[in-house]
Write a protein that binds this ligand. Structure first.
Ligand SMILES: N[C@@H](CCC(=O)N[C@@H](CS)C(=O)NCC(=O)O)C(=O)O
Ligand SMILES: [Fe+2]
Length: 354
């Protein structure tokens, strides 16, 4: 099974992309709304089909991308039966199995951080996605959302610590740069729940954490109770409205040459190749403006702000950099043409020669 761990740096949330190698069927565990474009690009570039998004719980610190993925990629939304979220496609609880291709995840009910927390155990029992029930050398707080330290202690000891020592623990967050652990390691070293700590020790510890509430809680909780559906279907994270542009995993907004060929009158093409190439055998796109990449930052003032800009080079690499420079400089409608002049030529699209 393919496992990719992704992080949202603002909330220190881990998102996991899992895929069945044979069929390409995939799931995302705990996707983050603001990271939709990044995660969708990874699914796309790896040639995967996103079947489901799964939540470990109703998060208090970030908004889920579950609804966005269903809208855009047709995945089903899987959430805990006891979490209270509305608008999911499937509600799961202890013993339920979620399939994608030949792979499965079974659901362990692990409440305590919230009333509806679940963990997902891989079919071969080699890895478990614990959400905030068991964190690396930590455990989710229990001071809101029906949090209950006694329940959490029982969940971890009865369900998670019952797994094999070698089972890899993938949490929903880490605030100290740690990525993964194992059941054996946490049973031995977890300072809140492991070793000889009793339930009473744990309750005493959790009662005195004294953490401030998550910064985004007022936005995150109501949104996550709708599975991440914006209040008025305000879909700002969907991507560019002016073109069928796709943001790559590298973060570059890209349009296809075929689309550009049909919309030359509506955009400003900026060719960022060197003068020798601009005058060379690959020719130029009709109406293109020449501005070599090395001069772009200094000459941004020459570019129009009233039209979208599409950057072009020989193979699409330098122009990707150019489109990022343009976006950073406040050009809200700037993209790269993927494949560059080589692909433009290969498709037989019109060129002018010097
Ligand atoms: N400072 C973070 C909040 C961190 C936080 O409260 N995280 C929760 C998980 S939703 C937790 O259980 N933290 C346990 C801990 O930090 O020990 C924010 O503003 O988002
Ligand atoms: Fe949480």
């Amino acid at each position: 099974m393919l496992v990719r761990q992704l992080i949202d740096l603002r909330s220190s949330t881990f998102t996991y992309l899992l895929a069945d190698g044979a069929s390409g069927d995939a799931v995302l565990i705990d996707p983050v709304f603001e990271q939709f474009a990044r995660d969708a690009a990874l699914v796309h570039e790896l040639g995967l089909t996103l079947r489901h998004t799964l939540e470990t719980h109703v998060h208090a610190d970030h908004v889920t991308a579950a609804w966005l993925f269903r809208e855009q990629l047709g995945s089903t939304i899987v959430v805990s039966r006891t979490g209270g979220a509305q608008g999911a496609d499937r509600l799961v609880g202890e013993g339920d199995v979620v399939s994608f291709g030949g792979e499965t995840l079974s659901v362990l009910a692990t409440p305590g951080h919230t009333g509806g927390c679940v963990s997902y155990l891989t079919g071969d029992r080699s890895a478990v996605f614990t959400g905030d029930s068991l964190m690396i050398r930590g455990a989710g707080r229990t001071d809101f959302q029906e949090g209950d330290a006694r329940r959490l202690y029982r969940s971890v000891h009865d369900k998670l610590f019952a797994l094999d020592d070698g089972c890899v623990v993938y949490p929903a967050h880490d605030y100290a740069g740690r990525l993964a652990s194992s059941i054996g390691e946490e049973r031995a070293f977890n300072p809140r729940l492991g070793a000889a700590h009793s339930e009473a020790d744990f309750v005493g510890f959790m009662d005195n954490l004294g953490l401030p509430h998550p910064k985004q809680i007022d936005v995150a909780l109501p949104a996550n109770l709708r599975c991440g559906r914006p209040p008025a279907d305000d879909t700002g994270a969907r991507g560019a409205a002016w073109a069928p542009a796709r943001r790559s995993f590298a973060g570059v907004l890209e349009v296809e040459p075929e689309w550009l060929g049909e919309h030359l009158a509506d955009v400003q093409v900026v060719d960022v190749r060197e003068p020798g190439e601009w005058n060379g055998e690959l020719g130029r796109i009709p109406g293109a403006r020449h501005l070599p990449l090395g001069e772009l930052r200094a000459r941004l003032g020459e570019l129009p702000r009233d039209r979208p800009i599409v950057a072009v080079c020989r193979s699409g690499g330098r122009s990707a950099e150019a489109s990022l420079i343009l976006e950073q400089a406040g050009f809200s409608r700037a993209a790269n043409m993927s494949g560059g002049m080589i692909r433009w030529h290969g498709l037989g699209l019109p060129t002018e020669l010097a």
